[in-house]
Design a binder for this molecule. Structure first.
Ligand code: HEC
Ligand code: HEC
Ligand code: HEC
Ligand code: HEC
Length: 151
C-alpha cells in the first residue's frame, strides 16, 4: 500500500467519524451542563446549570416529565434515543411584543423561556411543597438568583 493511499483512507475515516457525531448529536447528553440555547441572540442572565443525570438517577424523574412529542404527550425514552431540543418547538427566543395577548398555555408553547421556566420552576415548587420544607430551606431552586448566577 502506498503512503498516499493510507493517508487518503485515514482522511475518509476521520470525516466519517465527524459525520456520525454530527448526525447523532441529539442522542447524547452531558451529566451536568450550563443551559445555553444558542438560538438566543444574547443571554441577559447568567447561565443556569442543569444536573441532567442527577434529575434522572437521584431525583427519579421520568424522561417524559420533561421530554414530550409534538402534541405535548410524554415520551417514554431510554438513554441513546434521539431527543429534540426544547427550542425546536418552543421556538421564540425574543421578547414578547408590548400588548401581546396570549393565554398562559399559548405563551408557554411560543416562548422558549416560558416553557423552560414552567417545566423547571413548576416542578421545583411542587417538589418543595411535597417535601414539606421542614428546615425552612427550599431544596429545589425556585428564585431567579438560585439558578441564574450574577453575570
Ligand atoms: C428534569 C427534566 C429532564 C429529565 C427527567 C430528562 N431530561 Fe433529557 N434533557 C432535559 C433538558 C432541559 C435538556 C436540554 C434540552 C435543550 O437543550 O433544549 C435535555 C437534553 C437531553 C438530550 C440531548 C438532546 C439534544 O438534542 O441535545 C438527550 C439525548 C436527553 N435529554 C435524553 C433524556 C433521557 C433518555 C431521559 C430519561 C432517562 C431524560 N433525558 C430525562 C431535561 C430532562
Ligand atoms: C416536538 C415538539 C416539542 C418539543 C421538542 C418540546 N415541546 Fe414542550 N410542548 C409542545 C407542545 C405541542 C405543547 C402544548 C401541549 C398542549 O397544548 O397540551 C408543549 C407544552 C409544554 C409545556 C406546558 C405543558 C406541560 O407539560 O407542563 C411545557 C412546560 C413544555 N412544553 C416544556 C418543554 C421543555 C422543557 C422541553 C424540552 C425539554 C420541551 N417542552 C420540548 C411541543 C414540544
Ligand atoms: C419533574 C420535576 C423536576 C423538573 C422538571 C426539574 N427539576 Fe430540578 N430538581 C427536582 C428535584 C426533586 C430536585 C431535588 C430537590 C431536593 O434536593 O430535594 C431538583 C434539584 C435541582 C437543582 C439542585 C441540584 C440538584 O440536582 O440537586 C438544580 C440546579 C435544578 N434542579 C435545576 C433544574 C433545571 C434548570 C430544570 C429545568 C431545565 C429542572 N431542574 C427541572 C425536580 C425537577
Ligand atoms: C430552576 C431554574 C431557573 C429559575 C428559578 C429561573 N430561571 Fe430563568 N432560565 C433558566 C433556564 C434553564 C433558562 C434557559 C437558558 C437557555 O436554554 O439558554 C432560562 C432562561 C431565562 C431567560 C432567557 C435567556 C436570557 O438569559 O436572557 C431569562 C431572561 C430568564 N431566564 C430570567 C429569569 C428570571 C427573571 C427569573 C426569576 C423570576 C428566572 N429566570 C428564574 C432557569 C431558571
Amino acid at each position: 500500500m502506498s503512503k498516499k493511499f493510507v493517508a487518503l483512507m485515514l482522511a475518509i475515516g476521520v470525516s466519517l467519524l465527524f459525520a456520525a457525531t454530527y448526525i447523532y448529536a441529539g442522542t447524547a447528553v452531558q451529566d451536568t451542563f450550563k443551559m445555553e440555547t444558542k438560538e438566543y441572540a444574547k443571554h441577559t442572565k447568567g447561565l443556569a446549570e442543569f444536573t441532567h443525570k442527577k434529575h434522572v438517577e437521584d431525583h427519579k424523574i421520568a424522561c417524559g416529565d420533561c421530554h414530550h412529542d409534538d402534541k405535548g404527550k410524554p415520551l417514554a425514552l431510554k438513554m441513546g434515543d434521539d431527543v429534540q431540543r426544547c427550542v425546536e418547538c418552543h421556538k421564540e427566543t425574543g421578547k414578547a411584543p408590548e400588548g401581546e395577548k396570549l393565554t398562559k398555555e399559548e405563551k408557554i408553547l411560543k416562548y422558549h423561556k416560558e416553557a423552560i421556566h414552567a417545566n423547571c420552576i413548576g416542578c421545583h415548587k411542587e417538589s418543595n411543597k411535597k417535601a414539606g420544607d421542614p428546615t425552612g430551606k427550599k431544596p429545589a431552586p425556585t428564585s431567579c438568583a438560585d439558578c441564574h448566577p450574577k453575570k
